[in-house]
Design a protein around this ligand. Structure first.
Ligand SMILES: [Zn+2]
Length: 72
């Protein structure tokens, strides 16, 4: 399950749209500002942290979905 993320460009503060799975796979994402062209990607140590955060997030989300199903 890929999660869409939006962060602000460190250079021009335009939004950069990312997908968690691609980000974790080491893909870089370009700034949406065509005149900026800043590309960002995660270093290995950062991607591990993000992966852990996403695993936690996915776990919480699944729990919420399961509980919602049980209620309805
Ligand atoms: Zn930028």
């Amino acid at each position: 399950m890929s999660v869409k993320i939006q962060i602000n460009c460190p250079d021009c503060h335009s939004p950069i749209f990312m997908e968690s799975m691609l980000l974790l796979a080491g893909q870089s994402f370009k700034c949406s500002n065509p005149e900026c062209r800043t590309a960002i990607s995660l270093s290995l140590s950062e991607s591990e942290k993000v992966a852990q955060a996403f695993n936690k997030f996915e776990h919480i989300r699944e729990n919420a979905v399961n509980q919602a199903r049980q209620v309805s």
